[in-house]
Structure formats: C-alpha cells, structure tokens
Design a protein around this ligand. Structure first.
Ligand code: ATP
Ligand code: MG
Length: 431
C-alpha cells in the first residue's frame, strides 16, 4: 500500500533508463539480455549490477511478496536486519574462515580481519544465544532481506549469479528435530506460494518450478532446492514423471527411484534449471560451535535445533524473465510488474495529449501504477516496440484513431489480445 502511494506514477520522458536494440556481447542468458536491453539493470563490473528505476520497482515488489509470505503465513517470521560486515572470529568458530571458498575477506583498522557475510549463521546464532535460554523461548523464526557477498569463480548470466546479491534468509530455532521437521514442511508450502505469485511456478499447463531433492551436507542427509527450468540454468535436475518431484544431478547416482513417499517411480525427465531458493535442516551444526543451548522442561540443557531457508531476489527476478518472455521482450506477472499500466500517447496533437493526460490523472487518482509514455520525440512504432520490450501487463494506447471511435485501445501483454474499450470501462477492467 505504502509502495503504491509513493511510487504510483511516472512520466516516461523523465524516467532514468535507456533501451537498446543490440544485445550486449557478453550476455547469453535471455534474462540478462532483456533486463539490460529494456533498461532494468546496469552492469558495474562482472557480478555487480545497479537496479535502475524499472528494475528497482520489480525487486521491491518481489521483496514485498516474500516479506508478506514470511510474516502473514504459518512461517510467522519476525524481520530483522544484520550487518554485512562481520568479524573473523565468528567464521573461525565454525571452520568457515578457511573452508568457505567464496568468502570475501578484508582488512580494517589495526589490521583486523573481517568477512563480508556470504550467509548469516555466523551472526544469527550468537545473536540468538543472547536471548534464548529456555524452551519457553522456542520456537523462534527470524528472517532478513539483506545483501550477501560471494567471490564466485564465474559470475555470469546477469542477475543469476552475482558477487553481491540480495537474499531473503530465514532461520528457525527449535527444541526438537520433530518440531523442525514440521516447520520445514510449512516453509516448503509457503515457498510454492511465493513462486506462484512471482509467475514461475507454472505457465499455462506447464510446470516450471520444482521442489528438488539435494544433498544435505554433513548434518542432514538431504536438503531441498527450488529449481526453475531454464536453458540458462547451471544445474541439472531429474523430474519424476509420475509425481512431479525432482532430484538434483549431484545426488541422482545414489537414487534410482523417486524418493517421494508412495511414489518410487523410475521414470525421469532431465532438465537444465536454476536454483531460486532452498531449505535446509542444519540440526546442531551451528548451535554446537556457538554453544547455543536451551533448558528443557525437565531442567536439562540441550543444543537448539536449527533450520535455514534462502531465496535470492535477483536470481528470482532473472528466473521470472527466463520463464516469462517472447520474441518481443519481457512479460511481467501482474504481482511483480514495475507498473500495472503502460499508457502510450501515440501522437502529439493537442486532442490526443489532452485525452492521455486525463487518463493518466484518473489512473493515479485510483491508485493504479502507471507509466505514461508522454514522449514527443519518438515515433509510434518506437513507442509500441519499447512497450513490448519493457513488458508491463496492460498497454493502453490513445491515438487519433481510438479517439475517433471515442475509445482507447487496451492490450494484454501476456496474450497479445487487443480490445477497443470506452475509457470509463478501463478502471472496471483493471480492478
Ligand atoms: P548455487 O548452488 O547456485 O551456487 P547456493 O546453493 O550456494 O547457490 P545458497 O547458499 O543456498 O545458494 O543461497 C540461497 C539462495 O541465494 C539460492 O537459492 C539462490 O537463490 C541465491 N544465490 C546464491 N548464490 C547466488 C549468487 N551468486 N547470485 C545470485 N543469487 C545467489
Ligand atoms: Mg545450491
């Protein structure tokens, strides 16, 4: 709501962006090409991008979808914000100062060593220790939406693999494995909701995002990743044709049959995919080094059982574009589009300008987010091509022709369907 009040309108003549026809040479992934070409992002260097106004609006929408689902759902998280700058000692305690290859390390005053956090177990576990002492303090669910740093060997494919990226990381603290198991399944359900709202769960009849069995590391046999099918993905998954679960290639050799309860099928389809999120049972892996314990009902001290759950926002944004595009450009899902309406004033006669301006004001009054192409130095063709490239869900064209029919033209970006409607029908249609 606040978002709409602050950001509900924009004149395209003032918008900070520039579209290009050529695709940048280094860009291979379709999301990379389109996000650069349409002026959503700008590359500072390999693995680091600025979000321009269009891209920033999308990332904020995604952030709000995730935030709402983290708070107003069985996940019931409390939002916090932890520093990106972290002390070496904490990473030494968990053994990750030397074992986390992608950890960015730096020196500060007095030759002190720091790491830019690549993940936040080393911060949140000692933080939780300051507050958790009894079983009465548990369970506890904390999340943040914050910037991570990873010195990735290959930063490529635009937002899909960067060296600085925004992540939603949720951490859950429990008295028992059973309590963690139950919560893990709840988060899993909510993850599907998030990916559905972001338009990557399905498209038409086809499924695009799969909960995928993956390795669990040293403390738990398996974890789960949420993998979205795309040719630009770096992972390979095997989708069970019977139940729709998937298995990451890294563990497929240990599994001949589908591990889902009551499935056991051996019929799989191999696909390339990108990991947009994951959920992980850490158990006591981080509570032991930081001595995070709680006093149980019978007075015994036990280590706290922990789970962690991530989603990369930039990578999710890229996956949304990978799934939702055509040869003309991006097709944003309504929930995360930079604007709901792209109002195009096709010609510059006084009559057309006046009519377009009125619609612009009317949409704003009704709290509808609208980008108004008021530019007078662009041809009709250029404007329409650019509107398709940017991919806003509804395009409203005002022209001599539509006005002669006392109408406006409404085009749905996803279906391409065009209708002439009366202006007073527009609001009804959009609502
Ligand atoms: P990957 O296997 O792709 O390297 P990861 O398993 O290391 O990712 P996690 O540490 O689990 O990833 O991070 C949680 C989420 O953060 C991932 O699911 C992904 O969405 C996102 N993420 C991880 N690394 C990057 C990166 N370099 N650039 C953008 N997003 C990332
Ligand atoms: Mg992974």
């Amino acid at each position: 709501m606040v978002f709409k009040k602050i950001y509900n309108n924009m004149l395209q003549s003032k918008l900070f962006y520039k579209t290009t026809k050529e695709t940048p040479r280094e860009a291979e992934a379709i999301s990379h090409k389109l996000l650069l070409r349409a002026g959503f992002i700008d590359q500072l260097m390999a693995g680091a991008y600025s979000f321009l106004p269009l891209g920033h609006r999308v990332i904020k929408k995604i952030e709000n979808i995730i935030r709402r689902n983290m708070i107003l759902s069985p996940v019931s998280g409390q939002e916090i914000l932890m520093p990106a700058l972290t002390p070496k000692e904490n990473w030494l305690k968990t053994g990750r100062w030397n074992n986390f290859e992608a950890l960015f390390k730096l020196k500060g005053q007095g030759d002190k060593d720091y790491a830019l956090a690549a993940t936040h177990e080393e911060v949140i576990v000692p933080l939780a220790k300051k507050i958790i002492s009894s079983y009465k303090d548990l369970p506890l669910y904390l999340f943040q939406i914050q910037t991570k740093f990873r010195n990735e060997a290959r930063a490529k494919s635009g937002l899909m693999r960067t060296r600085e990226f925004i992540m939603k990381d949720l951490y859950s603290f429990h008295v028992s494995q059973e309590d963690l198991d139950n919560y893990y399944d709840k988060v899993s359900e909510v993850y599907f909701k998030i990916f559905k709202e972001c338009g990557i769960l399905t498209k038409g009849k086809n499924r695009f995002t799969f909960k995928t069995w993956a390795s669990g590391g040293s403390f738990s046999k398996y974890s789960h990743e949420y993998q979205t099918i795309t040719e630009s993905g770096e992972d390979i998954i095997y989708i069970c044709k019977k139940c729709g679960a998937a298995i990451n290639k890294e563990i497929k050799s240990q599994m001949t049959a589908c591990p889902e309860e009551k499935c056991g099928s051996t019929d799989f389809e191999e696909k390339k995919a990108v990991e947009v999120g994951n959920i992980f049972k850490l158990g006591t892996k981080y509570s032991l080094p930081f001595d995070l314990k709680f006093r149980s009902k019978d007075g015994k001290e036990n280590p706290v059982i922990i789970g962690c759950y991530g989603i990369g926002l930039g990578r999710l944004m890229a996956a949304m574009v990978e799934v939702n595009n055509d040869d003309k450009g991006i097709i944003w899902p309504k929930e995360a589009a930079p604007f709901l309406v792209h109002l195009v004033q096709l010609e510059n006669s006084g009559k057309v300008k006046k009519a377009a301006k009125e619609i612009y004001q009317n949409l704003q009054k009704n709290n509808i987010e609208v980008l108004y192409d008021d530019r007078e130095d662009k041809s009709a063709g250029e404007k329409l091509t650019e509107a398709d490239l940017i991919g806003i869900p509804y395009r409203v064209v005002v022209s001599e022709r539509t006005l002669s029919k006392k109408s406006i033209e409404l085009k749905k970006r996803d279906s391409g369907k065009i209708n002439l409607i009366k202006e007073n029908q527009l609001l009804k249609f959009l609502n």
